[in-house]
Ligand binder design. Structure first.
Ligand code: ATP
Ligand code: MG
Length: 339
């Protein structure tokens, strides 16, 4: 089993990123490691330049994201952790695949349509072509599984189409250059909502900092945010059906359940009948129990540029090594002379 996944190093990571994505990476890393498979987790810094960006911010966020991932439990001894910019094979394979990807396929990508809006002419070529870079990201490592959210499924199908066409056009049937990757849909990834509005998801890009718990918040900030979180005056019900019309209350119960690795039903069985004067402090305590050590380790790591550089250098060396055979096979299949 080979698993590949990337995360954009933009903005401050929050509780939703942790419970919905990063914690899952840690589980995948452990499963892959225990079963003799491999897990590649990369920072998609090359993707970040497809949109207008601030170079100094990208630089700082990339280092912060490495510190975050390691603080959350990604272990460079178990997973290959690297950034794309240090592994030129990603850009190289993207170009090789540009000859196979069709304009029509990219034109149909809903993310392109959403992000470009009415101003297609004004977008960077990188924004249009970035699903091809994503295809290169996973095909380089012969990934079988790619953890993807709903929003990325179409891009993974595109990667399969590109791999299939390339194999058909340039490889023999018994020696395909690329493995066709399958999506990996985690069993129960929690979807965490804003603390201020239970109908919107917790997001890095939401202007109000009170809407989210950042992984970098200190104990006081976390407690304050939970205390101020929007709720209602009713006590918690004992049954989940009782939360149907109470999105903010449901969100706090969901957060507690996800942190405690249990179900909302089990949380209600214990806390049903009690009000938020009781539940909020319990939740704040649970939050601190899980995120406190992560934050401590993040703060320490973030200051240690040498350690971060060493982690990235080690991951990049492993990724270069692992991707070389596929990259060479692609160059050869296309008839390119490289001496
Ligand atoms: P942005 O607002 O810039 O899109 P974001 O908060 O949505 O930022 P991303 O970088 O887009 O964060 O997402 C990183 C990962 O975290 C993705 O796998 C995404 O599915 C997951 N994720 C993001 N927000 C949440 C959330 N509220 N609950 C659960 N998972 C989330
Ligand atoms: Mg997002």
């Amino acid at each position: 089993m080979t698993v590949v996944s990337g995360i954009q190093p933009t903005g401050k990571p929050h509780l939703g990123n942790y419970l919905g994505a990063i914690r899952n990476y840690v589980k995948l890393q452990n499963e892959a490691h225990d079963s003799g498979g491999r897990c590649f987790i990369f920072l998609a810094d090359l993707h970040a330049i497809s949109m207008p960006h601030d170079p100094a911010e990208l630089h700082a966020s990339t280092l912060e994201m490495v510190a975050t991932l390691v603080a959350c439990g990604l272990d460079p001894a178990k997973a290959v952790l690297f950034n794309q910019a240090q592994v030129p094979a990603h850009s190289e394979l993207q170009w090789l695949l540009m000859g196979t990807a069709r304009m029509g396929w990219l034109n149909r990508m809903t993310q392109w349509k959403d992000k470009a809006g009415k101003n297609r002419e004004g977008q960077s070529v990188a924004l249009f072509g970035y699903p091809v870079l994503q295809a290169a990201d996973v095909l380089l490592y012969q990934a079988n599984y790619v953890p993807v959210g709903e929003d990325q499924k179409q891009h993974l199908e595109l990667a399969r189409d590109i791999a299939q066409k390339f194999n058909n056009d340039f490889a023999s049937e018994d020696a395909p250059v690329f493995t066709l990757p399958d999506p990996y849909i985690p069993k129960a990834a929690a979807r965490i909502m804003s603390l201020r509005d239970g109908s919107r998801k917790m997001s890095k890009s939401e202007p109000s900092d009170m809407s989210r718990i950042n992984l970098t918040d200190d104990a006081d900030e976390m407690a304050q945010k939970i205390k101020k979180a929007k709720t209602d005056p009713e006590p918690l019900p004992s049954e989940i059906a009782g939360l149907a019309e109470r999105p903010e209350a449901l969100n706090l119960v969901t957060i507690f359940a996800a942190l405690d690795e249990t179900t909302p039903e089990a949380v209600l069985a214990e806390h049903g009948g009690k009000g938020f004067g009781h539940f909020k402090p319990v939740l704040a305590e649970k939050l601190l129990e899980i995120l406190g050590p992560i934050r401590e380790s993040f703060v320490e790591l973030r200051q240690d540029r040498e350690v971060l550089d060493a982690i990235l250098a080690r991951g990049a060396a492993q990724a270069r090594e692992a991707s070389r055979p596929t990259l060479n096979a692609a160059y050869n299949a296309l008839g390119l002379v490289r001496g």
